[in-house]
Design a protein around this ligand. Structure first.
Ligand code: PEP
Ligand code: MN
Length: 335
C-alpha cells in the first residue's frame, strides 16, 4: 500500500497515520523524496482503505499488490519523464538516444564523439571513466580527471553525460560532472550503492544484473526510489544464459514487461546485450519496436582501436544509419 502524504504534512500527523496502520498489523516506512512524501505500508490483512482515508495529511491511498511499490505502475499509471533540462527529456513519448565509446579515452576521443553526436542531434553521451573489467589488467578508465575534462567539453557543446559509478566513494566526486549516474550490471544488487544514490539529486539509470531477473531489477530501482530519488531509468542489457554464440542474451521480452510493470522509462543497451558489432543494429531496432523509451549504444570513430569493447562498437557511418532507422521505427511504433 502506498499512502501519498501532503508535502507539508507534520511529523505528528505521519505518526498518527502510522499508529492507525499498526493497529491493522501494517509495517510502515516513511519515504520522502525530492518530489513526494509517502508512507509505504506492508501487511497481509485486507481492509477498507476508506477507514484511514479521512485522516489528515493523506492525499491519496493506493493498494499495490506488487512487492515493489513505488516503481510499480499499479499506483502511477502515467509514465515518468526524466527531465535533464535544456529540453532534454526521456520517457513518456520522448524517445532518447545515448551514444559514445565504452571508455572515455582522452580529449580527441571526446571531441570526435561530441562532433558525431551533434551532427546526429543526439544530446546524451555515454562513456565510462571507471570501468568494471573482468581482468584487472585491462584498461580501467581515466578516472575523475577524465570525467572533468569530458564535462568541460560536453558543457561547451550542449551535451549531457551518463557515466557509471562503481562505488559509494565515487558519488560525491562525480556528482557535479554527470547528468545521469549509471549503475552497471555488476552492481545492480549493491544495496549500499543504491541506498546512497537515493540521496542524490541526479537521475540514475540502473542496468539489469548479469543474472538478474526482471523483478530483481525493479527491486533495485525500489531501493533508490525509497531512498529518496524518484528519477530512475531501467536498462535491459542482456543476461547470462547457457548460450555462448553471443556475449549475453538480450531479453527483448523484458522491454514490454518492464513497461507494463513500471512507470519508469525503459532503455535498451544492445551493445552489451549481444556484444557483436554486426548485430547491434537489429537488436536496437527490435528494442525500439518493442517499446523502449530509448537506446544506449557504443560508438567510436575507429572501433578497432577502442580501448574497450571494440568488438561491439559501431563506427560512425554504421551508427548514423542506425540512428535514422531507430527514429523512423520509433515514429511508426509510437503511433
Ligand atoms: C557499460 O555500459 O559501460 C557497461 C560496463 O555495461 P554493463 O554494466 O551493462 O556491463
Ligand atoms: Mn562496454
Amino acid at each position: 500500500m502506498i499512502i501519498q502524504l501532503e508535502n507539508n504534512v507534520t511529523s505528528d500527523l505521519i505518526q498518527s497515520v502510522e499508529e492507525e496502520l499498526k493497529t491493522l498489523k501494517y509495517k510502515t516506512t516513511h519515504v520522502k523524496t525530492q518530489y513526494g512524501n509517502y508512507l509505504i505500508g506492508t501487511g497481509k490483512k485486507q481492509f477498507d482503505i476508506r477507514s484511514i482515508g479521512h485522516l489528515n495529511g493523506i492525499k491519496d491511498i493506493h493498494v499495490v499488490s506488487d512487492d515493489y511499490k513505488l516503481v510499480s505502475r499499479k499506483w502511477k499509471v502515467s509514465p515518468t519523464i526524466i527531465d535533464l533540462g535544456d529540453d532534454v527529456k526521456i520517457g513518456g513519448g520522448h524517445f532518447s538516444l545515448m551514444a559514445g565509446p565504452c571508455s572515455i579515452e582522452g580529449e580527441e576521443n571526446i571531441m570526435d564523439t561530441i562532433n558525431f553526436l551533434k551532427a546526429n542531434n543526439i544530446k546524451i553521451m555515454r562513456g565510462g571513466v571507471y570501468k568494471p573489467r573482468s581482468s584487472p589488467y585491462s584498461f580501467r578508465g581515466l578516472g575523475i580527471d577524465g570525467l572533468k575534462l569530458w564535462h568541460k567539453l560536453a558543457r561547451e557543446n550542449g551535451i549531457k553525460i551518463i557515466s557509471e559509478v562503481m562505488q559509494v566513494s565515487q558519488i560525491e566526486q562525480m556528482h557535479d560532472y554527470v547528468d545521469i549516474f549509471q549503475v552497471g550490471a555488476r552492481n545492480t544488487q549493491n544495496y549500499n550503492l543504491l541506498d546512497e544514490l537515493g540521496r542524490v539529486d541526479k537521475p540514475v539509470l540502473i542496468k539489469r544484473g548479469i543474472s538478474g531477473t526482471i523483478d530483481e531489477l525493479l527491486y533495485s530501482a525500489e531501493y533508490v526510489f525509497s531512498g529518496g530519488n524518484e528519477r530512475l531509468l531501467l536498462c535491459e542489457r542482456g543476461i547470462r544464459t547457457y548460450e555462448k554464440a553471443s556475449r549475453n542474451t538480450f531479453d527483448i521480452n523484458a522491454i514490454p514487461i518492464l513497461k507494463e510493470k513500471s512507470h519508469l522509462p525503459v532503455i535498451a543497451d544492445p551493445s552489451h546485450g549481444i556484444g557483436i558489432r554486426d548485430h547491434v543494429g537489429p537488436v536496437a531496432m527490435a528494442s525500439t519496436v518493442a517499446g523502449a523509451d530509448g537506446v544506449i549504444f557504443e560508438t567510436h570513430c575507429r572501433p578497432e582501436e577502442a580501448f574497450s569493447d571494440g568488438q561491439q562498437t559501431l563506427d560512425y557511418p554504421e551508427a548514423t544509419k542506425l540512428i535514422d532507422k531507430l527514429r523512423m521505427l520509433n515514429e511508426v511504433s509510437a503511433n
